[in-house]
Design a protein around this ligand. Sequence first.
Ligand code: F6P
Length: 512
Amino acid sequence: MDLMTHADRLRPVPFREILKAGRTISEFDACGWDINVSRQYLDEAAERALTEAVAEKDLPGAIDRLFSGETVNPSEGRAALHWALRAYETDFADADRVRTSSEAAEALASDIANGRKTAANGKPFKAIVHIGIGGSDFGPRLIADAFHDSRLPGVELRFCANLDPLDLELALDGLNPAETLVVGVSKSFGTEETLYNLSRARDWLRKDVSADWAKHFVLVTANPERATAWLEGADGLILDLPESVGGRFSIWSAGSVACSITLSSDVMKGFRDGAADMDAHVQNAPAHENAAIQLAMLDYWNASFMGFGARALLAYSRRLRLLPAYLQQLEMESNGKSVGPDGVGVGGSTTPLLWGGEGTIGQHSYHQWLHQSPSIVPAEFILAPGARSDDDGVTGLTAHALAQAEVLANGRTLEEIQQEEPELPAEIAAQKVHAGGRPSTFISTPVLTPQKLGSLIALYEHRTYLAGVLWGLNSFDQWGVERGKTMAGRLKPGGEGSNDPVTNHLIDMLRG
Ligand code: F6P
């Protein structure tokens, strides 16, 4: 029986029956994360068929190709060497160069901490403003937010990404240019938003620190020529973001130097170490225990066969509140595609819309929709308390995550409601029914440390790459974002303009 036939067979079966007759408890452990995948539309026969189908796509071979530096990004003719940024050692020259590229960031952080690198006036920097967008923003923003309580005293960190002028104005608000270091991160050094914000920050610094303004910049890029030109001959520091590290895989790179400077030094170290542990797991664990392979398989099953077009990421962790935004770029920019590297359409669905937020906060918002709307969206719970300093909080957070997953799966029938609440008017009882049937994955760890964040993000990176292999995609390019950039250039004053009547109407209206 092929996979689509299995999916068609299972779709109408009440979920409670699948769960009862199904695979009972299905879970595995990776680097201290427990990953429970029991609540899926899979029984033993479907799982066997899925495992066989996936074996034909040789995911272990894909893992070897990634770690041996083969060209896994054919449209740009590149390897993907982000894993080398957290490797303890590497065994070929390109990976070595990537591994050592983040050392300059750590050296700068220690120079600032020890007073060897100061502001132009010889005093310590009191503020760091990180300017970047997309993969040059989400990662450092996530780490800084997750470990805000590990920040070093006396230095404040701000972020700016948006082209809306207010974003930079808020990032600079109240800061003294003479005490501020601006970190500009752009792999290409050609991204409009980042160049706009950097040039405004340069004007702001020039006014105050005049000739020495470049001493207040650190630029992180794969394009040192452009960065050098931007510095206009002044002596600014340029750090390497290797070409073989994709923007959305660059959280481990010198692009996170603002975190190295402003957080206690064990954060970035633990973060990279945790990722290295996950790399070892993904390379060595057999397929049936390999967390990345198993999660990629489920992504393939849910999107391509069950037809689920979305996935909700429910992070029961204060430290992970920015994770949904981070993973949106990682998964959707990597696998939101329809054509394979050979130029042929892959047919069928690929990666789902990923959205979500912070539990329990989302329970007071979109969980109503998750429970009772006619749409079924698989949920992914991540239970990872930020601290275990208070038992009541951890117990409550845990109970709520477990309860949501159980109700989404099992629902509550009219019969159960009538039995438990016999006095209820029929029309109210009907509105209280939860259909259930919402599959979920439950990922948990007792407390979220920097190591755990590193291993979790590395797991998602590998899962994303492997799911891309299953869908027949190149996960490392992003042609879909280019057209909008070109069009924006045309629509600016002096550009070619548009042939679209709605756009032209809006231009007339907006320009007054
Ligand atoms: O949004 C497209 C994109 O190219 C992302 O892939 C990238 O992370 C982001 O822009 C920023 O690019 P850069 O680091 O080159 O400024």
